[in-house]
Design a protein. Structure first.
Length: 190
């Protein structure tokens, strides 16, 4: 999902054909990488897994029996080759669910580091929400400017307000007002 396209960024920056699409695409991808983890999605973090020949069990830190259901198709990533892919849930308990996996050796319960992701169907298209698109474009422009200006942003001699923190936590804070209705409550800890 691309929140900002190369054409939108090229127009906003007014760079014409001076830079290749690949260079601008990197900035668009970076903007997505910054914003997408903060947006609410129908997914849970996999903290551990185990397997018994052809049955894999995925474990979660929070209750999932009201989130996932038997027969549901989920996309699993970051949990290892036997678990990754689109799978159908075969049973659900309070903190785990099972799926069919390729035959292999039995593996005891062990943590997944970094956490994997179990994602179910998403009911919202963030690329169609103007506030999210604007936030993404603003972040992309800020990233572009940080790449081009030696100090990471333009400075005024009279105002003397240089800031080396352009790519700090203030990057998302600048657009939080646009994102507020769509932020995942789990991303706002701290």
């Amino acid at each position: 999902m691309a929140l900002t396209t190369v054409a939108e960024l090229r127009t906003a920056l007014g760079v014409g054909t001076l830079y290749t699409d690949a260079v601008l695409q990197q900035v668009c991808d970076a903007s997505d990488n910054v914003l997408l983890p903060f947006l609410w999605k129908n997914q849970q973090s996999i903290v551990a897994h185990s397997s018994d020949s052809t049955v894999g069990t995925l474990y979660f830190d929070n209750e999932i029996n009201d989130v996932f259901y038997v027969g549901q198709s989920v996309s699993i990533s970051g949990a290892g080759s036997r678990f990754n892919g689109t799978k159908t849930i075969t049973s659900v308990s309070d903190y785990s669910f099972t799926i069919a996996i390729t035959a292999g050796s039995n593996n005891p319960y062990h943590t997944v580091v970094p956490y994997g992701i179990a994602a179910a169907e998403t009911y919202i298209d963030y690329t169609a929400i103007p506030a999210i698109q604007e936030a993404s474009l603003m972040v992309a422009i800020t990233i572009w400017q940080a790449r081009q200006a030696p100090s990471g942003q333009g400075m005024s001699v009279d105002g003397f307000s240089p800031s080396p923190f352009t790519m700090s936590s203030t990057l998302v804070a600048r657009v939080r007002g646009l994102l507020a209705p769509y932020l995942d409550p789990r991303s706002m800890v701290g």
